[in-house]
Design a protein around this ligand. Structure first.
Ligand code: ASP
Length: 435
């Protein structure tokens, strides 16, 4: 059994939705469908979700919102007409307007893109419509309630063997609508896959899978055929995204693989995201990702490694200033704390004061302009010479390495380089392993 989530670009207009129906009809196992709101039809177009955010804000400001609401209505009317179905979408839209003008919240408003699209899709496919508000729950603090959701959703699916469940939202204990963060339909898809005990969670987008490197930096990078959840976490932490970060957790618990697929090229195999399994078939590296905007706080003190409690005092200073750190490579007399620039903005002076007072270092310096690059691969564990290849590729490209870190999981080598070397370094690593 397969659960399919279709992203906004896959559902941007009637023609795209027709492609989606063909895909669903191609495999009888595609039983539960999770749609996003209609996305962009062309580059300069506006996603329906963004139109709804703008509409809500304009209502709050007391502006004339008729034209804006008219544009939103038109998107759905065009889809309905293009699909040649007779859903009374006008009545649903009217209800949304009444609710929003009557004081409904922002989350309710912006979730209507998925809701209305779900109603149209269910009619067009001949599937049941299951409102996410009735099967996805948050507690009073707004925290997603996985067990309650699973039980109720499973009960619902017992009476509905083919259904459309709109993405992005659920409900609070008082019945009001709450959304996940942006891109959250991916999470809904994973939740539905878990509740329905799917064999695969297909996530349909407009790219043929997860690329080994950022195509803005590397020309035509290879598609990753298979990646483990753990590797995916490492790469998405470094900014490479195909999927909402939190979408992995529900299916991870249930051992359900995710298949990233392309609606515009359905025969392409795409990328499989799989549980952590012992494998010998892995390539040496799976992917490369990186981010700019880091600084190193360099602490120097003679004999610091022999000083009991030195690390704790550094961590106390960080915690006291509410600063999260990324890495902390250390030597005998030196220790570096790698932090995102956004973390120390406005907090740097306080942190330095506290480190001075608590640790009495010989010197303390903040050096900015650092970029981090993660080279990730479960195949590294069994290959000798990966680090050698990586470092010599950087040396040959004249890239100076400012920091090195390899996590204990041994699936990731992280290097810090000057921001000016960032793109060059990524290309050098990619070429060393992939061409
Ligand atoms: N429509 C929502 C957004 O644009 C959720 C989603 O598409 O996943 O963020």
């Amino acid at each position: 059994m397969i659960v399919c989530k279709f992203g906004g670009s896959s559902l941007a207009n009637a023609d795209q939705i027709k492609k989606v129906k063909q895909i669903i009809d191609m495999d009888d196992r595609r039983k539960y469908i999770v749609p996003s709101a209609p996305g962009k039809r062309f580059d300069s177009d506006i996603k329906v979700t963004d139109m709804l955010y703008a509409y809500y804000a304009a209502v709050q400001r007391g502006e004339d919102t008729e034209p804006l609401f008219g544009d939103i209505c038109q998107r759905f009317l065009d889809i309905r007409d293009g699909l040649c179905i007779d859903t009374d979408i006008g009545a649903y839209l009217e209800k949304v307007k009444t609710d929003v003008l009557g004081g409904a919240g922002e989350d309710y408003t912006v979730s209507r893109g998925e809701y209305l699209n779900g109603i149209l899709m269910a009619d067009y496919l001949g599937y049941d419509f299951v409102d996410a508000a009735e099967v996805i729950f948050f507690n009073a603090d707004g925290v997603y309630e996985s067990e309650k959701t699973r039980t109720v959703m499973r009960g619902k699916f017992r009476h509905s063997d083919r259904a459309v469940v709109p993405g992005f939202y659920g409900s609070m204990p008082d019945g009001t609508i709450k959304t996940f963060s942006r891109g959250g339909s991916d999470i809904t898809g994973a939740i539905v896959a878990r509740a329905a005990r799917a064999d695969v969670y297909e996530n349909w987008t407009d790219v043929s899978g997860f690329l080994m490197a950022d195509p803005r930096i590397v020309d035509n990078p290879n598609v990753i055929k298979k990646i483990t959840y753990r590797e995916l976490r490492e790469l998405s932490y470094m900014g490479a995204t195909v999927l909402h970060e939190d979408a992995v957790f529900p299916v991870f618990k249930a051992n359900i693989p995710i298949n990233i697929k392309n609606t515009n090229d359905p025969d392409d195999e795409g990328t499989f995201i799989v549980p952590d399994i012992e494998e010998n078939d892995a390539d040496t590296i799976t992917g490369i990702a990186g981010k700019k905007g880091f600084s190193v706080i360099a602490v120097e003190k003679a004999n610091m490694n022999a000083e009991l409690g030195f690390g704790r005092r550094i961590l106390t200073a960080l915690e006291k200033n509410a600063i999260r750190f990324e890495h902390m490579p250390s030597g005998i007399d030196t220790l570096g704390i790698v932090v995102a620039d956004s973390e120390i903005e406005n907090k740097q002076a306080g942190l330095l004061d506290d480190v001075y007072n608590l640790c009495q270092p010989d010197s303390l310096e903040v050096m900015g302009g650092l970029a981090l690059i993660a080279t990730v691969g479960r195949g590294m564990i069994n290959h000798i010479g990966v680090a050698a290849k990586l470092f010599s590729a950087l040396a040959k490209s004249d890239v100076n390495i400012r920091m090195i870190d390899q996590g204990s999981s041994e699936i990731n080598i992280i290097v810090g380089v000057d921001e000016k070397d960032f793109e060059n370094a990524i290309r050098a690593i990619y070429n060393a392993f992939c061409s």
